[in-house]
Design a protein around this ligand. Structure first.
Ligand SMILES: [Zn+2]
Length: 127
């Protein structure tokens, strides 16, 4: 009989005392970065400049899942950064117009597992 592993009785098991306060806070943290809604397709109709319409619902779901796999803000940011490319635009010659010169341009990409390529999408997919 003594050969069988016996489940340890909770009362006798020596466990490190955990602080329930920290736990609660951690749960709240996780919930804050968890999806609140199901992935939705942005309602944009980009076809030329962006390839939003080529992205399938399955791609959106995978992207969504990939993002929320990390319930941590910094990791989610890193995930987004992986899908963006920031192009520094050269300093423009001083313009007389009222337009503010742009310093950088962010392009958003989404990898489509169905098409096996990166598609340029508008930022609606990210926000
Ligand atoms: Zn779009």
């Amino acid at each position: 009989m003594d050969c069988f592993p016996v489940p340890v009785n909770n009362n006798s098991a020596r466990k490190r005392q955990r602080n329930p306060e920290t736990w609660k806070r951690n749960i709240a943290k996780v919930q804050r970065y968890s999806p609140k809604t199901l992935p939705k397709r942005p309602l944009c109709k980009h076809r030329k400049k962006f390839e939003c319409l080529s992205i399938s619902m399955r791609d959106i779901k995978e992207f969504h899942d990939g993002f929320y796999k990390f319930q941590d803000k910094s990791k989610q940011d890193a995930f987004i950064l992986k899908h963006c490319s920031i192009k520094q635009t050269r300093r423009h010659r001083p313009t007389t117009g009222s337009h503010k010169p742009k310093c950088s341009q962010i392009s958003y990409f989404m990898f489509s597992p169905t098409l096996k390529k990166r598609l340029k999408v508008c930022q609606n997919f990210f926000f």
